[in-house]
Design a protein around this ligand. Structure first.
Ligand SMILES: *[C@@H]1O[C@H](CO)[C@@H](O)[C@H](O)[C@H]1NC(C)=O
Ligand SMILES: *[C@@H]1O[C@H](CO)[C@@H](O)[C@H](O)[C@H]1NC(C)=O
Ligand SMILES: *[C@@H]1O[C@H](CO)[C@@H](O)[C@H](O)[C@H]1NC(C)=O
Ligand SMILES: *[C@@H]1O[C@H](CO)[C@@H](O)[C@H](O)[C@H]1NC(C)=O
Ligand SMILES: *[C@@H]1O[C@H](CO)[C@@H](O)[C@H](O)[C@H]1NC(C)=O
Length: 468
């Protein structure tokens, strides 16, 4: 830590002295140099938070077009599906070097679902709202995902997401805090009344895509999950706000699914289901497709939900590994951290690190369970047990809840190397057996209330290798 700081100071001195002419190295210049160094250091310290902004190369577009160039009308009544399609067709076919920015001006732009293309930026003005039509007849049905074998909530195909992309490279969705609004209430009501034959649409789904940045926009009232990157890599979701009522069904915030090198950073979410849920396919379909989710960072997330703050699962059949969750603050939430899978899933959940978590008013602090979630059909293999190994949860604080922890593995596949350290929970209802454990082994250090006997012993050598 100190070494790193000194390295930084040396580096800053190198940089600053490059701006000071050699012949002027007198006392005053040296003083100024010191001041400049101090200033830069302060600035650096203030903003020295870790970030994955380098995960995707930064792009600036040389060409800009506006939705109004294609007959778009932002009056909240005119349907703009054609305008979006034509603008994006032009971006695709003119193929300008550096890509093209599609500007969505102030206004309410009603539209049906449309596809994005590669090398484009969708930029929403501060006062721009892209608003989904509620006319379900106009909504296209697309094939189910191979790793799910069917729609997530109904057999067969599924409605295409409002904003959709397949096989894309280099796409940015950003703006000046403009809004993408799914007008989900009509979908939620139809779902509640059992009137839907197919799975509801996401607000944004990207399939088989890479180099994606989603930032500085508001997603609200999605019919189903909000943002669904599936079979994707190198995706940054940063500085977005995701909002849906707490009673809206299945309005997950972000669900990275069979995807790798994903970073979800500096976001606020308040939804009707898990804020972030890492997934990788469903039972026999997910096992056959075999595409894991890996190298996922979820950092500086805050919000609330009746379900989980951060979840892993329950669809985990392609495997999930190398996940880092840190600096998460949730309140008025069902479960702070929820790692969930089931028999029939197969796959694995391993090398998961969760740290610096603040929970305020939640039902369950930490839940790790092998009996969660439904099956796609009767053909799942009941002997396909998931492997859960190497989960570290450290520096977790909680205040005001019912149950501190529930850790329930599977008889045929006990969860191993579950490591808890520096966890402090206060004001909880469950005073008898505050940690409920079954079929689990691991270690703990400085955990309050004291964990279950299965996890009571302190670290064994190298057994919690991802703990420190
Ligand atoms: C949009 O993409 C979907 C799925 O890839 C495809 O079925 C559909 O035909 C596309 N729509 C248009 C207008 O290109
Ligand atoms: C986050 O988004 C807001 C509004 O869209 C913008 O003003 C702000 O500069 C963004 N912050 C960062 C760090 O990009
Ligand atoms: C962006 O809009 C959301 C939703 O209205 C709001 O909560 C948030 O504070 C806004 N962000 C900025 C930087 O204006
Ligand atoms: C994940 O990160 C590790 C370590 O940085 C790297 O070796 C591996 O190739 C990455 N996996 C993927 C799928 O990119
Ligand atoms: C475990 O995951 C972390 C990210 O949390 C990663 O940095 C590390 O390389 C992974 N370890 C192994 C052995 O893959």
């Amino acid at each position: 830590m100190v070494k790193a700081l000194f390295r930084k100071i040396r580096r800053i001195k190198e940089i600053t002295s490059a701006f000071i002419p050699l012949e002027r190295s007198g006392f005053h210049y040296k003083m100024r140099l010191q001041l400049l160094t101090l200033l830069l250091l302060l600035v650096q310290c203030g903003f020295a938070e870790e970030t994955c902004s380098g995960l995707v190369p930064t792009k600036t577009r040389a060409t800009t077009i506006s939705l109004t160039d294609f007959g778009g009308v932002g009056d909240g009544r005119t349907l703009n599906t054609k305008a979006f399609e034509e603008a994006i067709y032009q971006i695709e076919h003119l193929h300008r070097p550096g890509g093209t920015l599609l500007y969505v001006p102030a206004g309410v732009w009603l539209t049906g679902a449309f596809n994005l293309t590669s090398h484009m930026t969708l930029f929403l003005d501060k006062e721009a709202v892209i608003m989904a039509t509620q006319d379900i007849e106009s909504w296209l049905l697309i094939d189910p995902l191979p790793s799910y074998g069917r729609g997530r909530e109904r057999p067969g195909g599924r409605y295409m997401s409002l904003i959709h992309g397949n096989g894309l490279t280099d796409v940015i969705i950003t703006g000046d805090n403009g809004t993408i609004d799914g007008q989900g209430d009509s979908w939620w009501n139809m779902w509640r009344q059992g009137l839907l034959s197919f799975t509801r649409p996401h607000l944004l789904e990207l399939m088989h895509s890479t180099e994606i940045v989603i930032s500085n926009v508001v997603f609200q009232n999605s019919p189903f999950w909000n943002i669904h990157p599936v079979y994707c890599s190198y995706v940054i979701i940063n500085n977005v706000t995701i909002l849906a009522p707490h009673d809206s069904p299945n309005t997950d915030g972000v669900d990275p699914d069979s995807s790798s090198n994903i970073c979800i950073e500096d976001n606020f979410m308040s939804t009707g289901d898990d804020l972030v849920a890492v997934k990788s396919g469903w039972d026999e379909y997910g096992i056959a497709y075999g595409r894991p989710s890996s190298n996922i960072t979820i950092r500086r997330l805050s919000g609330s939900s009746p379900f989980a703050g951060v979840a892993i699962g329950s669809e985990t059949s392609g495997g999930i590994e190398n996940v880092l969750v840190e600096h998460v603050t949730v309140s008025n939430t069902g479960t702070g951290i929820h790692i969930k899978t089931n028999k029939g899933r197969g796959g694995y959940i391993r090398n998961i690190t969760v740290s610096n978590i603040n929970l305020n008013t939640v039902r369950t602090g930490i839940k790790i369970a092998g009996d969660v979630g439904d099956h796609p059909d009767k053909n799942f293999n009941p002997n396909a047990f998931p492997v859960v190994d190497g989960l570290t949860l450290k520096d977790v604080w909680g205040d005001n809840f019912e149950l501190p922890g529930l850790i329930r593995g599977l008889k045929n596949s006990p969860f191993t190397r579950i490591c808890l350290s520096n966890i402090k929970f206060e004001n909880f209802k469950q005073q008898v057996d505050p940690w409920k454990c079954e079929d689990v082994s691991g270690y703990s250090m400085e955990v309050q209330p004291l964990p279950c006997t299965e996890l009571a012993s302190p670290y064994g050598p190298n057994l919690c290798s991802n703990a420190i």
